[in-house]
Design a protein around this ligand. Sequence first.
Ligand SMILES: [Zn+2]
Length: 281
Amino acid sequence: MKIAEKYLWFGSGILIGGVIFGGIIINLISIGTAATGWLSFGKSPKPIFAQAADLQQLLPASPELSKKCKEILGLKEIWQPADKTNYGFRRPKDLAGGRIPNQPSLIVLHETVLPLDPTLKLFSTPHPNDTQQVSYHLVLARDGSLYRIVADKFRAYGAGWSAWGDSTIRHRGSKIPAAAGSINNVALHISLVSPADGAGNSDGHSGYSNQQYSQLAQQVLLWQLRWGIPMRRVTNHASIDRSHSRSDPRSFRWHLFDRAWQVAAKRCNVNARYSIDARSR
Ligand SMILES: [Zn+2]
């Protein structure tokens, strides 16, 4: 399958690349090492994702509870690792040496547009060129199978120019225009395999399977427990995209996700503070 690249340049050198498959723009924006997001705050950086007053605080992380819940739910991952060119490490500092947020604290939902096999092949293919580097942490097949592409501790290249509210992370210092930035340094990315009628760039399609909603809800719950992420930090690519070119996952129904999440949370006896509309205390 022929891959062509689409390049957009912003300000002084931030490169954002999309990938076109057979003329169809898929929803992966690659931000490689040349445009890894982080924001220079000088010597006293403000840790925007973890402590900003206008954002809900992170909850205490409970790795043991997450592990126990995973056993209860019987959630299995199929290891399908990305090539090392397609992901990076979560950077602790910017170029000026200022500390930047790098803890997983935002869960971002996507859809693949492509079928499962070419999606997995895309990630396992070496991409020396920054503009072609793409990955998610997990891909969720139509039958509910969960493919692990990148470990949580690494930064998957799932979103290009992006922000959570007014918060974003840049790595090229304070002289870069405010327009650029990425949330990849703090994001956990999971992508739903699109239905056959979602292969194009239509506004919508027939949606996702019950198995996908069920497994997605379970995985989101496990991530919430593992990293202390409240439901208000569970979002989608369309919401965090700032390039006005991403609208995935199309035809996603939050009420179906919520219903599946409640089932999973009940099985694991999870505290309501992880649920929708829960407020931090
Ligand atoms: Zn996406």
